[in-house]
Design a protein around this ligand. Structure first.
Ligand code: PBG
Length: 326
């Protein structure tokens, strides 16, 4: 045998790390944190082992735990004390995310990103204002344009509380433009927007809906989140957000959508974020529990794949565990 090309030569210890093409580091990661106004104590999230909902009084402590692992950024999700038709607690000055943001930004150096959506705050669990007959007519869900103002108010209230970046996740057409306008008008032109630009209607959000108590009370999100069948449409969605002023472009979920991560990376120059969602976390944990997978290795390999596909940053429930092992 006389093979001239032997890639295995570069897999030897000593050289393999020199030629490695992709790196995963703690500074790539954002850790989601759930703050719950309905509890005085930490409540474990059953579907997401190792994660908890924490009361506002423990938000700082929780974020400090994240920082200790080397992860420098968190994404705050809120569970409000009460819900109503329009989700008014989403933009309340004394709302759960606003309160937690104030405390965390005052007490820590964490980079604080806030999720901007209404589904945790509305009694019906949808991501916006409902059409009149949405409950009985399956062809109806949220009113797009009437939701924009509420999202903008929510984002501004987060910025007022000190949020470093806002991340709208409701898949409302025009949400980035409306939020940009709101932020600029209120003097927050320095607060960037990380848009959930290509967010699919995915079965992989199941565990999160438990965690954040944001499952729709009826129907589903297929009229506003993207059809998993579509890739070209994702480019339209992302282009629209870029035009409206998005600073970071997110693809969600990550693992089943790495083709979309790659396509966004190739088509746009903005930083690309991948959201390694709750179901992706839960399935590795479930398999590891049974002894079928090594949790640490399969988690690290998943995140590396997202970076290899083109993600600059990753939102992941594995952030702390992976960072601690790097
Ligand atoms: C809110 C929101 C959701 C997630 C992030 N922001 C739920 C949804 O769209 O149903 C899902 C995150 C995850 O599954 O980890 N709209």
């Amino acid at each position: 045998m006389n093979l001239t090309d032997r890639p295995r030569r570069l897999r030897a210890d000593g050289i393999r790390s020199l030629v490695s093409e992709t790196d995963l580091s703690a500074s790539d990661l954002i850790a989601p944190v759930f703050v719950d106004a309905t509890t005085e104590e930490r409540v474990p999230i059953e579907t997401m082992p190792g994660h908890e909902r924490v009361p506002v009084s423990e938000a700082v402590e929780r974020v400090e735990e994240v920082l200790e692992t080397g992860v420098e950024a968190v994404m705050l999700f809120g569970i409000p004390e009460s819900k109503d038709e329009r989700g008014t607690r989403a933009w309340a000055e004394d709302g759960v995310v606003q309160e937690a943001t104030r405390r965390v930004t005052e007490a820590t150096d964490a980079y604080v990103v806030t999720d901007v959506c209404l589904c945790e705050y509305t009694s019906h669990g949808h991501c916006g204002v409902l059409e009149e007959n949405a409950e009985t007519d399956p062809t109806l869900t949220v009113k797009n344009d009437e939701t924009l103002d509420l999202l903008s108010k929510t984002a501004v209230s987060h910025a007022e509380a000190g949020a470093d970046m806002v991340a709208p996740s409701s898949m409302t057409d025009g949400m980035v433009g409306a939020i940009r306008e709101g932020l600029d008008g209120a003097g927050y032109d320095g607060v960037p927007i990380m848009s959930y630009a290509a967010k699919y209607e995915s079965a992989f959000y199941g565990p999160f809906r438990d965690a954040a108590d944001g499952a729709p009370a009826f129907g589903d999100r297929r009229h506003y989140q993207m059809d998993p069948a579509n890739a070209r449409e994702a480019m339209r969605e992302v282009a629209a957000d870029v035009e409206q002023g998005a600073d970071v472009l997110m693809v969600k979920p990550a693992l089943a959508y790495l083709d979309i991560v790659r396509a966004v990376r190739e088509e746009f120059d903005h930083p690309v974020a991948a959201y390694n969602v709750s179901g992706e976390y839960a399935m590795l944990h479930a398999a590891a529990d049974k002894g079928w997978l090594d949790l640490e290795e399969s988690a690290a390999e998943s995140l590396l794949a997202m970076k290899r596909a083109g993600a600059d940053l990753i939102l992941t429930y594995f952030a702390e565990d992976v960072a601690a092992s790097l």
